[in-house]
Design a protein around this ligand. Structure first.
Ligand code: PLP
Length: 424
């Protein structure tokens, strides 16, 4: 695409954007009395206006039906989670029965590891990306300890080559093959939170399976950002949160994918609770756990109705917009951001983009490694009404989301970045 560094060009792109009107369906945070330029959907998505109504419905039911709300009314709480599965399945490319919405991300990751990290004999290692999100690191560390291993031996972290910021797929695959029979699990992010790199989930899954390992992904930064095809790629399990690109509120609920070849296997070890028990027999309150078929069989507790209600509002927007349309816009929008950043700081050596420049290898986030006073530059941007985020020691992450951000915002961002760099 031929980009131009002019406001008129940006505005013309917005006029041609079939998704432009989705902006109106969100509340934008206010800075200095006006809408902020919000490029932080990778950390906490903004509020869909419809969320309030969905919450109010459930508050009304609670007020007027109380315990009867579990079974009475239009959408009883007993199976409210079922309303979320179709939309969630479309976001991650799964069958409805392979997806369940429950709990929060790290909890779900542990539940999946209980079922899918089954070290035995010399097969006990886990391959993961070095510098994974800390919660994932702690989950793997504690799970290997739980099984009696030393995490320094059991967890194999992959790092980029000297002088590079992202992992090469070929190196990931070689490492999987090298560890071969020692490998119990490959567990990586779908997109690395720090660099914004997409990992080739299909190729990694295939390589993992070839050496007899199980393969799972944390899609915290992928779900709602890029199209994913968990079922077709044959991924064993996946987890994601809903409060980042999926705009479902702080501390929001989370999603789990279990491929159908595992979901209907009642013998797979798991930690069980009454909400995963055969729904027909759940209220007979009898001894003897019989798991539901599919991902639902991993549920523990009765549903978190208020977070679910918010998630429902958000999933409806994703269904209306469509992941493929979002991705098409996202590639242009992020490409425009990259182009403008290059233009703005041409000839200076203050920043380096550590996100892959290949659009197929990234989602909507661009991570800027700032070589001098990163914190100061970040504060200047924030004071000017741009909400981005800062990750120690020196990275500013900028994420224009296709659902509610515009080309004009990307243009304004680059103008302000230019001013800040001059004063920096
Ligand atoms: C955001 C994020 C988390 C956060 O975990 P919670 O359990 O939702 O607090 C974990 N892992 C990754 C990869 C993330 O991006």
């Amino acid at each position: 695409m031929n980009y131009q560094n002019t406001l008129a060009f940006a505005q013309e792109q917005d006029r041609q954007d079939p998704l432009f009107h989705f902006r109106e369906r969100f509340h934008f945070p206010q800075v200095n009395g006006r809408d902020a330029i919000y490029f932080c959907g990778n950390s906490l998505g903004i509020q869909p206006k419809s969320a309030q109504m969905y919450i109010d419905n459930e508050m009304y039911k609670w007020a007027n039906l109380a315990v009867e709300g579990h079974f009475k009314g239009q959408e009883p709480w007993f199976n409210y989670h079922e309303l979320l599965a179709p939309g969630a399945a479309r976001v991650v490319g799964a069958k409805e029965s392979e997806v369940v919405i429950m709990n929060q991300l790290t909890v779900n990751l542990h539940l999946m590891l209980v079922s899918f990290y089954r070290p035995e004999g010399k097969r006990f290692k886990i391959i993961t990306e070095g510098g994974a999100f800390p919660s994932d690191q702690y989950a793997l560390e504690s799970q290997t300890r739980f099984h009696g291993y030393n995490p320094d031996e059991a967890v194999v972290e992959l790092f980029p080559r000297e002088g590079e910021h992202t992992l090469r797929t070929e190196d990931i695959l070689v490492s999987i093959r090298e560890h071969g029979e020692e490998l119990a699990l490959v567990m990586m992010g779908g997109i690395n939170y720090y660099t914004g790199q997409i990992f080739d989930m299909e190729a990694i899954t295939k390589a993992g399976h070839e050496v007899g390992a199980v393969v799972g992904f944390d899609l915290a930064h992928a779900a709602g950002n890029v199209p994913v095809k968990l079922h077709d790629w044959n991924v064993d399990f996946a987890v994601w949160c809903t409060y980042k690109y999926l705009n479902s509120g702080p501390g929001g609920t989370s999603g789990v994918f279990v491929h159908e070849r595992h979901g209907n296997n009642p013998d797979l070890p798991r930690f069980a609770g009454w909400w995963g028990h055969d729904a027909e027999a759940r209220f007979q309150m009898k001894k003897g756990f019989i798991p539901m078929q599919g991902a639902e069989g991993w549920q523990l507790s009765n549903g978190q109705i208020i977070p679910f209600a918010i998630h429902r509002a958000s999933l409806e927007l994703f269904d209306e917009a469509g992941m493929d349309n979002l991705r098409a816009k996202s590639e242009k929008l992020t490409g425009y951001l990259e182009y403008l950043i290059d233009d703005v700081h041409a000839g200076q050596d203050v920043m380096e983009m550590i996100t892959p420049s290949d659009p197929q290898a990234r989602g909507c986030q661009i991570s800027l490694l700032v070589k001098k006073d990163a914190r100061k530059l970040f504060n200047m941007l924030m004071d000017a009404g741009i909400i981005v985020d800062y990750r120690e020691p020196n990275v500013i992450r900028v994420a224009p989301t296709p659902l509610y951000n515009s080309f004009e915002e990307v243009y304004r961002f680059s103008e302000i970045l230019h001013e800040c760099l001059q004063a920096h």
